[in-house]
Design a protein around this ligand. Sequence first.
Ligand code: GLN
Length: 537
Amino acid sequence: MNTKYIFVTGGVTSSLGKGIISASLAKLLKARGYSVTIQKLDPYINIDPGTLNPYEHGECYVTEDGAETDLDLGHYERFTNVRTSQANNITTGRIYQSVIDKERRGDYLGETVQVIPHITDEIKHRIKILGNKGDYDFVITEIGGTVGDIESLPYIEAVRQMRWEKGNNCVVIHLTYIPYLAAAGELKTKPTQHSVKMMLEQGVQPDIIVCRTERPLNESIRHKIALFCNVEPSDVIESIDAKTIYEVPVLMRDEKLDIQVLTKTQMPIEGEPDLEKWEEFLYKLKNPNSEVTIGLVGKYVELKDAYKSIIESFIHAGASLQCKVNLKMIHSESINDETAQEKLSGLNGILVAPGFGERGIEGKITAIKYARENNIPFLGICLGMQCAVVEFARNVLGYADAHSTEMNPNTTHPVIDIMKDQKTVCTKGGTMRLGAYPCKIKEGSKAYGIYKMIDISERHRHRFEFNNKYLEAYQAAGMMAVGINTKDNLVEMVELKDHPWFIGVQFHPEYSSTVANPHPLFIGFVDAARKNSSEVK
Ligand code: GLN
């Protein structure tokens, strides 16, 4: 297969949505029957974002094969329904690590190891790995950061070399910003001209310019950009602000981004991309016939990106039920016995988010107590499940100081404890229990009613687990272990017998929810919240 390589670079400013443009293009090409994968190259020195604080980099996404990655990979999977892997996210740290390892092994046979060609060769190698597998017609590579950053230089140089090597099999899409100056009453193209000039200085002529804008681009603006940036007016693509990111594939189809890419790579263009299911999803998303309010309790609620996959999973599940999900972000540190009623009453469902460390933990536990006692549908994810186990121990089983040993290593009731394999782990990077593991669901449980199957596989990212020493006490009091990893005998799912919908999962269902396959747990949860809302009325 003669794989085509598409690069997506960014200019003018960060946060223009390169990930969404890449994912939308992938969706369109896939909807035309082509096989596509998307890769993100991140110019920072961390080996992966697993060690990064959400304040730095938003959510850490986890692939099936256990890679801790940039959250853009989540968009790729949600849009295309194609699984990504370790090879789909590469950082400068990883590139340098492998070059330095090779140097230490003596692989360079006495050469001086340099940015060009050794670092750029390693970058190109990591890009071509995906193409060389022969599985894909298109490899879309998104280059993180903004052109002009010192850190991005080797990546842009690698793109320059790839263009040279691959000719028509390579296309560069540059995403820029066209600001609207209210005082002048005009859209301004100068920042775009400058950013393309910067690319040219680095030896890369973009083939297609995607212009992020708050207002429509008229013909004269398109011609101006074309003239200054050496492209055809048809290669100037408008990317106007959309109400939802899920509209972007449709907008890009209307702007013919896919057709421009296919033309340039000399691939056949037949008919239109099949977006029927996608448009049905959009219709349901925009025309809800019911509404629920769900509280998302976490300690990073002021950061939209920290819970990206959870927020998107609610959009998928809500659309599939034609139910509008209003998410109320609630800071766990603001919840205590005095504020619980004011913060949590009126919610149709409560989700306690994943997380690490002590901060805000008591607020999470208080929110869970409120959900349990007031029969409010509850979903606890990872740390959220662990908090549900702690809450039950303290308030139902009567173990007053019960805790996870992550927060209190000296508790007399360590109901959540470090996993055996984790006890000897000293380094933090990439050492959690990561990626997909199988789980068996107990027939007859609520969880079984939701998944409608016994054998499932879900992604993980944790070091602590339910302490099986307490299993009998829990089950006797009504908190049931309904999902088990039978190989290691780990409790993966708990639920309450006497509650309309109370489920805790040690894994992360949010990582695998996509537009085409909304996650059953989120559908079940929103559905339960909907029932709760009709009772509340
Ligand atoms: N801190 C907990 C653990 O490591 C939960 C992790 C999470 O929520 N992802 O087990």
